[in-house]
Design a protein around this ligand. Structure first.
Ligand SMILES: Nc1ncnc2c1ncn2[C@@H]1O[C@H](COP(=O)(O)OP(=O)(O)OC[C@H]2O[C@@H]([n+]3cccc(C(=O)O)c3)[C@H](O)[C@@H]2O)[C@@H](O)[C@H]1O
Ligand SMILES: Nc1ncnc2c1ncn2[C@@H]1O[C@H](COP(=O)(O)OP(=O)(O)OP(=O)(O)O)[C@@H](O)[C@H]1O
Ligand SMILES: NC(=O)CC[C@H](N)C(=O)O
Length: 564
């Protein structure tokens, strides 16, 4: 029996567009003799629909669209479609209003609906807010063309993430996999919407391969692809035979339709095309960010972007990502030298523009700075030149970029990296201006390694950009390391504090200077007000400053000073 993996890229809330994509994939698959097609979690509305789920109109429209789709599908194919379904006991039993469901559509009708049992409510996930957990083991039987019956277990994303033997602990009381194994299903399918983080596919494959072999049951895992706000879904849908080996993998970071054969004799999946995984983490992150920018722009209706080009490494990388995402001809880089700008800030930016083939404009800001000084002079009389004057440059640039965005409808990309966002080394309403923060979850040391990877065959990021010391150039001779520890040290402290939740004492024990650790911890805490006002940033790590980061702003808590 042929089974299709439809690795789709839904747009949140575009019920008609998403249904059309499911229908097109089903028609293609049916022509290839496919009997069952699988789509990602909540494929009809896109994942995550967030508070759209609180709108009864939205949920009703989804249900209407589901029935419409059932009638349009080719009759010879059964399709599993992800949809939210009202919970009839929401009022009488005080339960959550919806189920996170998977509908089996066949023969023009909704035949059966299955409910997600394990609801992730951590990091970026908030499923307890909307959904009641399903309480039944989910399975159905399908007949192949040769009248052979196959018993299929249905799981939805998190349902497969509670394998105690793999994790060494149980995250939830129940394990839908164990229940399906007890039922003796022939095949387990998993409809997923699993956001990308660096190297997550290796973890998924280790976990799913372990489960397939442990239960001696083949597993087909179908993931969503595409960027939805801050989240990037990498696809990488994958199938395992009953010994736990990968027998099919769909593309990373692109839509795909894969067909895999379930052998009725051996009751196992037969090997088919296995798309390769990206060769390095740098390639993987670059591809993820390209998809994130492309889809954010497309899904929000932008065809062109603008950004400030300083000749520094952050804006250079963002320009390279944007050129790959939406085409060099759609990227406008603006050079805005001030009297403090170095000669190389202009020549390096010009070299980048040439290497990428993007458009550029030069808008020197010296006169505007003088106007600000003249106007503010009497008010600031008797004060020292300081942060206010430095930041004025950044804000003039931010203003000019937003004027261009307003005039031409370009999306402004902001260029701050994760190290800067962590410690607040960025200016509100200045370089933080923008609609999308492309590398806000990429630490500075990783910015360097991605740029080196980009240059593996030819120079894309001008070599001088890679070797000069990072500088905000807001006052003469300024370099980042005047204010911050070296980036290797800063990033290691940040990784320990943010990703591994290490205490200051643990970070010091790992070999860092107590005074440096203390300073970084303070800076992280104090910069919360800035991060709250930052544009959405594309998530690539397991702890980004986005929807999964929920820190108070007006807080007095600071980790204990390790020097005391
Ligand atoms: N808790 C709070 N809640 C809400 N707002 C709060 C606040 N605390 C301060 N503020 C506000 O924030 C202001 C301070 O923040 P902000 O104005 O951003 O300025 P600030 O953080 O003082 O300065 C920006 C820093 O970023 C550095 N930098 C690095 C790289 C690039 C760039 C660049 O711009 O290109 C800048 C620059 O060298 C400087 O050290 C205060 O004056 C106050 O208005
Ligand atoms: N002279 C300039 N012309 C245009 N844009 C600028 C200029 N200086 C700063 N910017 C904008 O402000 C952002 C922040 O500057 P910052 O110096 O932190 O970053 P960078 O120059 O890209 O990288 P690095 O920090 O490694 O020098 C830049 O990425 C750029 O978008
Ligand atoms: N949508 C989900 O249930 C996702 C949760 C899952 N653990 C993941 O990140 O892949």
């Amino acid at each position: 029996m042929k089974i299709a993996i439809a690795q789709l890229n839904p747009t949140i809330g575009d019920l008609s567009g998403n249904a059309k994509n499911i229908l097109e994939a089903a028609r293609k698959a049916a022509k290839e003799g496919v009997r069952l097609m699988l789509t990602p979690e909540l494929s009809l509305c896109g994942y995550p629909p967030r508070d759209l789920l609180l709108s009864s109109e939205f949920v009703e429209s989804m249900s209407k669209k589901l029935h419409e789709l059932a009638q349009q599908l080719p009759t010879q194919i059964a399709v599993l479609v992800g949809t939210a379904e009202p919970n009839p006991y929401a009022t009488s039993k005080g339960q959550k209003p919806l189920f996170n469901g998977t509908a089996l559509l066949e023969g023009g009708k909704l035949q059966k609906i299955f409910y997600k049992r394990l609801l992730p409510t951590y990091d970026v996930f908030d499923e307890d807010r909307y959904f009641e957990p399903g309480y039944q083991t989910n399975s159905f039987t399908i007949k192949s063309d040769s009248q052979f019956k196959i018993h299929i277990g249905v799981t939805i994303c998190e349902d497969l993430w509670n394998e105690e033997e793999f994790w060494g602990k149980r995250n939830y009381e129940i394990n839908p996999l164990e229940d399906l194994a007890e039922l003796g299903v022939d095949l387990i399918v998993n409809l997923s919407a699993s956001p990308y983080t660096v190297s997550k596919q290796k973890l998924r494959e280790a976990m799913l391969g372990h489960s397939a072999s442990r239960y001696q049951t083949p597993i087909i895992y179908v993931n969503q692809i595409g960027g939805n706000d801050d989240l990037i879904f990498d696809g990488n849908s994958v199938a395992f035979n009953r010994t736990g080996n990968v027998v099919c993998r769909a593309k990373a970071f692109a839509s795909d339709l894969k067909i895999i054969e379930f052998d009725e004799q051996t009751k196992d999946l037969l090997p088919t095309a296995i798309a390769p995984l990206p060769a390095t983490e740098e390639e993987e992150i670059f591809s993820a960010l390209v998809l994130g920018v492309r889809d954010y722009a497309r899904k929000c209706g932008f065809s062109q972007v603008v950004l400030g080009l300083s000749g520094g490494i952050d804006s250079s990388l963002v320009a390279a990502i944007a050129a790959e995402a939406i085409g060099a001809e759609n990227v406008l880089g603006v050079l805005m030298p001030s009297p403090y700008s170095s000669e190389h800030s202009i020549t390096d930016a010009e070299a980048l523009v040439k290497n990428l083939g993007i458009k550029s404009q030069k808008l020197p800001i010296g006169d505007l700075m003088k106007s600000y000084d003249r106007l503010l002079g009497p008010l600031f009389a008797g004060t020292e030149f300081g942060i206010a004057e430095e930041n004025t440059q950044s804000r003039i640039r931010g203003n000019l970029l937003m004027a261009i965005s307003n005039k031409f409808g370009h999306l402004l990309l902001s260029t701050g990296n994760k190290s800067e966002m962590a410690v607040g080394y960025c200016t509100l309403y200045g370089d933080m201006n923008g609609g999308l923060a492309v590398i806000a979850d990429v630490p500075k040391t990783r910015v360097f390694s991605i740029c080196r990877w980009l240059n593996r065959n030819r120079e894309i990021i001008p070599n001088n950009v890679l070797i000069k010391p990072p500088s905000a150039e807001l006052k003469p001779g300024q370099v980042d390391q005047d204010s911050l520890p070296p980036y290797e040290i800063l990033d290691d402290i940040l990784e320990r504090a943010i990703h591994h939740h290490q205490s200051t004492a643990q970070i010091v024990k790992a070999g860092h200077e107590p005074a440096v650790v203390n300073k970084v911890m303070k800076l992280i805490a104090r910069a919360e007000f800035k991060r709250k006002q930052a544009p959405p940033g594309l998530k690539i790590t397991d702890r980004a400053f986005g929807t999964g980061w929920r820190m108070p702003i007006a807080s007095r808590w600071l980790p204990p000073n390790p020097s005391n």
